[in-house]
Design a protein around this ligand. Structure first.
Ligand SMILES: [Zn+2]
Length: 391
């Protein structure tokens, strides 16, 4: 509850620092070494068409037995989607087993699961050949632009990834995930007096409207492709043909091939609309979340989670999702991972976000059992991953 009360919206670097201090105390007690890493600032174009530099909080890293033959990477994010100005700021116990609050499920509760599982693992006799690294980043909710390099380089030294996003309220975990990209188009036309020289103007809003229409038509639900025209702004006063307009949109799909094809089709559409409308377009943004597909090594890790669940009478089920998380980037970097090992909860990203309190203990036991399994059989995972790289 104490943690939920500290606001840590992605833009609240100060609040994230406080959450970081809290976790630092406990993780550094269990780890051999720890490190604070600066997030990379992100340059992007806002809805007014201005280039802005966004800063993020520090990334925390903790390591144990970095020389051990089998290495696990555990990942959590300290940020939430609720900025300081949001009305949803404090936790509230709804009943004996339900805690409502910002970040309780996504994912402060999840980081607690990770922490207690590691503490229990270190207290057991299973250590030895298993080493681990924890990375807590500060910008997952806006796409991990400032932390993705750190995550990808850590993935190169690990054999398995465990990520503590919340499971669904019924305990279902995520399997494959769609890839996702956020894009901005700045349209530049030509201003003119709407009464005196209307014909000399080139209307940036109408050009952008035509482009948005065609981009939206790339949506193909049967193929799993969605284009969400999310924000549009432009124009000044009513007697001026608008010279500038800005569009922001999100694209999701299942495969890297689709992302590549969409990338070039989007550019082609903008080119064609420019030829027709004489409105120029500048496209920025990228597919920052690659699709998460399930490799044989990833399937083996998922099977181990299922087995571990069975021993604890937890029925583990998996479901594909269109949502993204750091599991996307780790999988694309070749690291098999299960990314919803946190608490059970629901209504995340809304003011009704809740977690089921008894899942803290249940999922800690599950993670402990997975760590033990990786510690015993991790070489099988390594062999399968190597095979995947060769093929
Ligand atoms: Zn999350």
């Amino acid at each position: 509850m104490q943690l939920s009360e500290i606001n840590s919206g992605t833009s609240n670097v100060n609040g994230i620092g406080k959450v970081g201090n809290f976790f630092h105390t406990y993780f550094s007690d269990t780890a051999d070494s720890n490190e604070k890493i600066s997030s990379k600032p992100r340059e992007h174009t806002d809805i007014e068409g201005n280039k802005v530099n966004e800063e993020f909080g520090d990334i925390l890293s903790f390591e144990k037995r970095s020389g051990a033959p089998i290495q696990v990477l555990l990942v959590g994010h300290m940020d939430t989607v609720f900025p300081k100005t949001h009305s949803f700021q404090s936790p509230q116990k709804l009943d004996a087993n339900t805690l409502l609050g910002p970040g309780v499920a996504d994912m402060k509760g999840g980081i607690l699961v990770m922490l207690t599982a590691l503490q229990a693992f270190e207290a057991s006799n299973h250590g030895g050949q298993l080493g681990w690294r924890v990375i807590l980043n500060a910008d997952e909710e806006t796409g991990s632009h400032g932390s993705v390099d750190t995550l990808v380089s850590a993935a190169a030294h690990a054999d398995a990834g465990l990520i503590y996003e919340p499971a669904l309220a019924d305990g279902t975990l995520s399997r494959a995930r769609k890839g996702s990209g956020n894009f901005t188009v700045v349209a530049t036309g030509k201003a003119a007096h709407a009464g005196r020289e209307f014909e000399l103007g080139r209307n940036a809003i109408m050009g952008l409207y035509a482009a948005a229409n065609r981009l939206e038509q790339l949506t193909d639900l049967a193929q799993g492709i969605t284009v969400n025209i999310a924000r549009i702004a432009g124009g000044t006063v009513l007697n001026v043909v608008p010279a500038q307009a800005v569009l922001q949109f999100n694209v999701r799909c299942h495969s890297a091939e689709q992302q590549k094809a969409l990338d070039s089709t989007m550019k082609q559409i903008l080119q064609e609309v420019t030829e027709q409308s004489e409105v120029a377009f500048e496209l920025s943004g990228s597919f920052s979340r690659p699709p998460k597909t399930i490799s044989p090594a990833n399937q083996l890790l998922m099977d181990w989670v299922t087995e571990s669940g069975k021993q604890l009478s937890i029925d583990v089920q998996y479901k594909d999702t269109g949502g993204c998380c750091d599991g996307n980037n780790l999988a694309a970097a070749g690291l098999p991972n299960v990314d919803t090992l946190g608490v059970l909860g629901g209504q995340i990203h809304t003011a009704e976000e809740y977690m089921l309190i008894d899942s803290l203990t249940e999922r800690t036991k599950l993670s402990l059992s997975i760590l033990e399994k990786i510690s015993t059989d991790g070489d099988r995972l390594q062999a399968l991953s190597e095979q995947g790289k060769v093929n």
